[in-house]
Design a protein around this ligand. Structure first.
Ligand code: COI
Length: 356
């Protein structure tokens, strides 16, 4: 794929017409879709150069029916959040990490990469242009969704001749309907999420389409989501459809090691660093499904889910329960430590937040 080296972002003139009503129930946000004011759009043609990115009024994109993304799933996305602090600052959480992960994903899907500073500048502009949609402190965050896709027309299977980078944002609260209450999972025993050599380790759009069926089926049976096992031995934990997984036993945390089939979550990485800094031992290694039987606590991590405690997991007909189906002590501690940094309530000793 062509390497697009442009790093500067166009100076933007904001359109005069912006929606005037801002009727949002900040206390009941959930993780629903809300249109905001602006999206960011940049294109990269066959010459491999990104054009000057621009903010545009929020609205539909125009795509050829033959676009690479529509026909062959040539697309990846990211997820990150902006928080408004009590003293009215706006903080991004580790945006460079998303930029770097997108570079890896773009390479895997033969798409042009976006330089880290272009990505971060574009995120910043989009958030500032939509500033009024950032929830008040303590009510949630502005979820930022960058997408990189093959927008050029193809018919035979090949990389698209043109790429579009889009960012849209939406105010969000809790991801799971349980809110901060523990979620309930089942170990998936029919389907797998990813196989060695596949694309499980990058954020392709296809990874998420393929888990919808199991997720819906689990929800029908009262579960919040499913926990996937590895596709080779059907024995080791991988991840949940939208998040990574951690087990706690005593002072030790264990999470499946990254081996190409598991998404390298930025919250996962942050929780590992945070837990170590607070004296926990953290192991990234193969985690056998049987270890679910002896864990004291289980929790999920992700940008969208933050840290979600797991109350129970159904495994081979047994219902395993954790922390008396409440929020475990360690999950609670790490949740508080992480979100205090993200929301600017605690000193950012890790250097993770970026004020914009
Ligand atoms: C995120 O956590 O940001 C994700 O991209 C997961 C998505 C399924 C909401």
């Amino acid at each position: 794929a062509a390497f697009c080296a442009r790093a500067d972002v166009a100076a933007v003139t904001l359109p005069n017409e912006i929606k005037s009503s801002l009727e949002i129930d900040w206390d009941n946000l959930g993780f629903g879709y809300h249109e905001t004011d602006f999206i960011y759009v940049s294109k990269c043609g066959p010459d491999g150069e990104w054009n000057k990115g621009e903010l545009e009024p929020f609205g539909p994109l125009k795509l050829s029916p033959s676009a690479g993304i529509l026909n062959y799933g040539q697309g990846i996305f990211e997820g990150l959040k902006a928080y408004k602090t009590e003293d009215d600052r706006v903080l991004l959480f580790r945006p460079e990490e998303n930029a770097m992960r997108m570079i890896v994903g773009a390479d895997r899907l033969c798409m042009p990469t976006l330089p880290v500073n272009l990505f971060v500048q574009a995120v910043k502009q989009t958030v500032l242009a939509n500033k009024r949609w950032i929830p008040p402190p303590g009510k949630g965050s502005l979820y930022i969704r960058p997408i990189l896709m093959g927008s050029g027309a193809v018919l035979g299977l090949a990389p698209a001749p043109e790429y579009t980078f889009v960012i849209f944002v939406a105010p969000v609260g809790n991801y799971f309907k349980e809110g901060l209450a523990p979620i309930h999972l089942k170990v998936e025993n029919t389907y797998h999420r990813a196989a060695p050599g596949g694309t499980g380790g990058v954020k392709t759009v296809g990874n998420y389409a393929s888990v919808l069926k199991t997720q819906l089926n689990a929800k029908k049976h009262g579960f919040s989501d499913v926990l996937y096992l590895d596709a080779v031995e059907n024995k080791y934990l991988e991840e949940v459809s939208s998040c990574n997984i951690f087990l706690v036993e005593g002072n030790k945390l264990a999470t499946p090691q990254l081996k190409g089939t598991i998404l390298p979550g930025i919250t996962r990485k942050s929780v590992i660093e945070l837990a170590k800094s607070r004296g926990y031992e953290v192991e990234e290694r193969p985690v056998s499904v049987d270890e679910l039987r002896s864990a004291d606590e289980v929790f999920c991590t992700g940008t969208a889910v933050v840290i979600s405690p797991v109350g129970s997991i159904v495994l081979e007909g047994d219902r395993l329960e954790y922390a008396n189906k409440g929020v475990g002590k360690v999950s609670q501690e790490l949740y508080a430590a992480l979100t205090s940094i993200q929301m600017g309530k605690a000193a950012d000793t890790m250097g993770w937040t970026k004020e914009i």
